[in-house]
Design a protein around this ligand. Sequence first.
Ligand code: CMX
Ligand code: CO
Length: 146
Amino acid sequence: MLTRIDHIGIACFDLDRTVEFYRATYGFEVFHTEVNEEQGVREAMLKINETSDGGASYLQLLEPTREDSAVGKWLAKNGEGVHHIAFGTADVDGDSEGIRDKGVRVLYDEPRRGSMGSRITFLHPKDCHGVLTELVTSAPPADQEH
Ligand code: CMX
Ligand code: CO
């Protein structure tokens, strides 16, 4: 069951300048940063609020590490902006299988590694009314890396 908006992924050309915009404009602080080479991103997670399922909602600011990455290609075509949304679930494996059975393309056979030790997969935007959609199961709090 999808129980929260885990994050909104925002593509940017310059992560440090974008982080500074969110800090100076809204007062949001960086909760976590990492490089995910598999996804081709350098990212900053800004925690917005805790959620009633025990998780939290974040903004995920994304700078590409290479031009041929998903975010690099998207930025070249569209410029900066909202790249994807992510729903949180306790069971990314079961939920993505159930969604696949409804005829929506799930991009990975098995969930891959996401922010802070989470497990993630993506649904094809063309099957989701134009919205690239991520499903996330967070690592247990004790195992979260940040
Ligand atoms: N939102 C909506 N539509 C998108 C999109 C996005 N983020 N990215 C691509 N599309 C659309 C394109 O506009 C294009 O549509 P048209 O054919 O109408 O022009 C179509 O999808 C194909 O796009 P493409 O540029 O040819 O790109 P690819 O097919 O090579 O890749 C996708 C698209 C979704 C498969 C790829 O971006 C992907 O695998 N994404 C998942 C991984 C990811 O995004 N990682 C970065 C974030 C990591 C994180 O959140 O932790
Ligand atoms: Co994401």
